[in-house]
Design a protein around this ligand. Structure first.
Ligand code: GAP
Length: 523
């Protein structure tokens, strides 16, 4: 076996330093994500996953399902309907309290989430240049304020940044901490008119639709804002059919819908998204320990699939920001291109949900413990991760721009290569098969090799343009391995296998290819 090693001077992007425009443009250009209904001008903040995107998303979900359901004996899966009895949402509290504060601009009619408004103003005695954004970073608002000051020819002083304020009581309720500009002095983030924003009013996030042909309120149903309730209402069905003893969990992956006021940052916040949720039922009193266990286990899952530990942090919620059902919540946050943001939430939901459904349905959802011969309502700990946010985190963390020898050719000349250093389990395509020529009999042999590999993994066959360009195309979509077939292969029945990250090439017999690929992918 001959080994050709290629050196690379690489610039390892630090977490959070990747340019978001580069991620979105790669996602569009290479068929990961498209704007939904694009030919009609698009539907705001809804996204379609293309040929590579769906593969990657499926890989994320499969890895989660494997870790939750297949690798363990104490968690089972299920798949509940999106539409549920409307009383479910009364019992769960979503009808009453699943609200966000909405402010509207009376000038341009744009709507914003009040608690997402970030206001910046110049500090000091001179003119107070003020700017506001909805759902952006401190850096962005600072730049806006500085641009305003500069345009007016003023010296750029320090910029003070904080959330918008209505009055002390409401402010304390929503933010729980101090804030700067009162709403009456805040410019609209869309049209910059000062004083045009209304006071916040509470807005329910659930999408409504009508069941059956008559659009009256009796037939109103909701698109689920979380999948968890489908698990809670099936607690008894699952427990009695599987005969699971506490502690045990129920896992589910599915679409959720929230009529978010402010969306944005690509797939980070949209109105239709997918979640991977697991409800882990435990004895009362064991909940705190299991809560801590799941925070760590979930963090390990993300890093085990290649996310750099420094790109992740755990943030415990303050009392003021916890959901109505929660006894304690920690977010696993990822350093996205714009800032830290939630990737997954782990909540100790206590016995809130099962108790509520027991009371509202009249069918007590309890567990009979035959050791102590007593029934009780179990507690539940819930790790809930966004598939789309996971997708964005994997993409962002894997993105690198590196200097590499032109076309992998070993020449002294270097060029920039974009490479997604995705974990093999997450990469959409596992192996690329690249014949050196389109001509027969090389093409036939290469297609045979591709067919053999396809029985095991997702393969892409590419015979267009130079080999160097084809390597670059595969690097850019994160394909861990490329197999090249050259004229010599017809003689010696050997092929070259090239590693995405090291760009090392190794020649080996075709008959050893499947075990060699399996060994390198670890899949
Ligand atoms: N059952 C618990 C629950 O729904 P959540 O923190 O509201 O908890 C779970 O949502 C996960 O879903 C979040 O950690 C996030 O990754 C994702 N998520 C929430 N809202 C989202 C949105 N509008 N767009 C995309 N993902 C979202």
């Amino acid at each position: 076996m001959a080994t050709k090693s290629r050196s690379t001077s690489s610039e390892q992007a630090q977490p959070g330093t990747v340019d978001m425009d580069k991620i979105t443009s790669l996602a569009k250009r290479r068929g990961f994500v498209f704007q939904s209904s694009e030919i009609y001008g698009g539907l705001a903040s809804t996204w379609d996953y293309g040929p590579l995107g769906v593969l990657m998303k499926n890989n994320i979900k499969a890895a989660w399902w494997r870790a939750m359901v297949q690798d363990r004996d104490d968690i089972v899966g299920m798949d509940a309907a999106i539409l549920m009895h409307p009383d479910v949402w009364k019992a769960s509290g979503h009808l009453e309290v699943f609200h966000d504060p909405l402010v509207e601009c009376l000038n341009c009619q744009h709507r914003f989430r009040f608690d997402h408004l970030l206001v910046g103003q110049v500090v000091g005695d001179g003119p107070k240049f003020v700017a506001a954004i909805a759902g952006g970073s401190e850096d962005e608002v600072r730049k806006l304020v500085q641009a305003k000051a500069k345009k007016a020819g003023s010296n750029i002083g320090n910029v003070e940044i904080g959330p918008a304020r209505v009055d002390e009581s409401l402010d304390a309720h929503i933010h729980g901490h101090g804030s700067i500009g009162p709403l009456s002095a805040v410019p609209c983030p869309a049209c910059d008119t000062v004083g045009s924003l209304t006071k916040p009013r509470m807005f329910n996030l659930m999408f409504k639709t009508f069941m059956g042909p008559v659009e009256d309120s009796a037939a109103t149903v909701y698109l689920r804002p979380e999948t968890a309730q489908g698990i809670f209402v099936n607690f008894e069905n699952v427990q009695t059919t599987t005969r699971k003893k506490l502690p045990f969990g129920v896992a589910q992956i599915g679409k959720s819908f929230r009529n978010e006021i402010t969306t944005g940052n690509f797939v980070f916040r949209s109105r239709e998204f997918e979640v991977m949720e697991m409800e882990f039922f435990v004895k009362p009193g064991a909940d705190d320990e299991w809560y801590r266990h799941w925070v760590q286990a979930r963090l390990d899952w993300w890093t085990g699939l290649g996310i750099r530990p420094e790109s992740l942090r755990v943030r415990e919620h303050g009392k003021d920001e916890m959901s109505h059902y929660s006894k304690g919540t920690s977010d696993i946050e990822f350093k996205y291109a714009w800032d830290w943001g939630e990737l997954e939430g782990i909540a100790n939901r206590g016995n809130y949900d099962l108790t509520q459904h027991g009371e509202h349905s009249g069918k007590a959802l309890k567990y009979f413990d035959d050791e102590i011969q007593e029934s009780f309502v179990p507690y539940v700990v819930e790790p809930a991760a966004g598939v789309d946010r996971g997708f964005l985190a994997f993409l962002t963390d894997a993105y690198r721009e590196e200097m590499a020898p032109t076309g992998d050719s070993g020449q002294a000349k270097e060029e920039l290569r974009v490479v997604l250093r995705l974990h093999p389990a997450i990469a959409p395509i596992k192996v690329a098969v690249l014949p050196l020529s389109k001509k027969e009999p090389l093409a036939e042999r290469a297609k045979e090799v591709a067919a053999t590999l396809r029985k095991h993994w997702m393969v892409q066959y590419d015979d267009a343009q130079s080999i160097g360009r084809r390597y670059r195309r595969q690097d850019e979509i994160g394909t861990p391995l490329a197999v090249t077939i050259d004229f010599q292969s017809l003689e010696d029945q050997q092929v070259t296998i090239r590693d995405r990250d090291s760009m090392q090439q190794v020649r080996l017999p075709i008959e050893d290819l499947v075990p060699a690929v399996r060994d390198r992918l670890g899949l």
